[in-house]
Write a protein that binds this ligand. Sequence first.
Ligand code: NAP
Length: 286
Amino acid sequence: MSAQILDGLALSKETRARLKERVDALVARGVTPRLDVLVAAQDPASVKYVQMKRKWCAQVGIVGESYEITETTSQADLIGKIRELNADPHVHGILLQHPLPGHLDENMALMELGAEKDVDGITPQSLGRLVADLPGFRCATPLGIIRLLEHYGIETVGKRAVVIGRSIILGKPAALMLLQKNATVTIAHSRTQNLADICREADIVVAAVGRPEMVAGDWIKPGAVVVDAGYNRVEGRKGDVGDVAFESASQVAGWITPVPGGVGPMTVASLLSNCVEAAEATITNR
Ligand code: NAP
């Protein structure tokens, strides 16, 4: 392997240690940061992610409640809960864990969630602020990616970046954030033609596809920075598999994120840091 590792786990540890200090300072002033979560109880992956987020919250001193969304939760119940949490001054962040059960309209629910508590940065208001270059909470996963690049001093100005994937929580905001950092950005998706050739031109590749090891080593320009946001379960393989074929890509890339230990821990660290910021804002705005 010739690539250097963009170590998301190590940076997330550092971030969490700094967040703990900020939380201690808040608690000393009578504010305990609180993140409340709404999660589909029947979705084992969501429940697992929420447990992991809760564990890291507890480590830095963020408290919170989880509310189960079930097949019997109506849209009115969901909206009612979000409005209640919006109005509760003790709640600083609200996380609507995706996906919700199919009978619920997730977009309608997100439109209700107050931007000042949208610590996952995925409501239309927060995304609009990103598009408009206005301050606001940024999406946790792309924010984690940008912080990782910044930490390792990766140059983005004038660089060719290719983001593979255009989801509202990952691909699109990641592309916009790279654009804000003055990269020249291409967004690729399932209808993109000659994807391998497009990737070969990239100084920075962000894979956000959900297809195990789709990005092969020979798609990578020598020395490029490769960020793998994917995590996929593959029959017969232990643990999560990224969207990038790590073995071959790491022979060519200059920098690469591992899976696990790259983008995943940075996502949670960014969520926590947004939540601490939301709690700090309540003091500033007093
Ligand atoms: P998604 O909503 O399913 O979006 C996938 C995107 O990939 C879509 O834009 C799709 O294009 C595109 N795509 C699919 N097949 C393609 C192909 N053959 N060539 C090029 N583009 C293709 O997924 P997501 O929520 O963005 O998640 C993407 C990956 O990131 C998943 O592995 C997920 O588990 C992971 N993830 C990780 C984190 C983290 O914290 N690390 C957080 C969220 C998600 P179309 O738009 O044309 O369909």
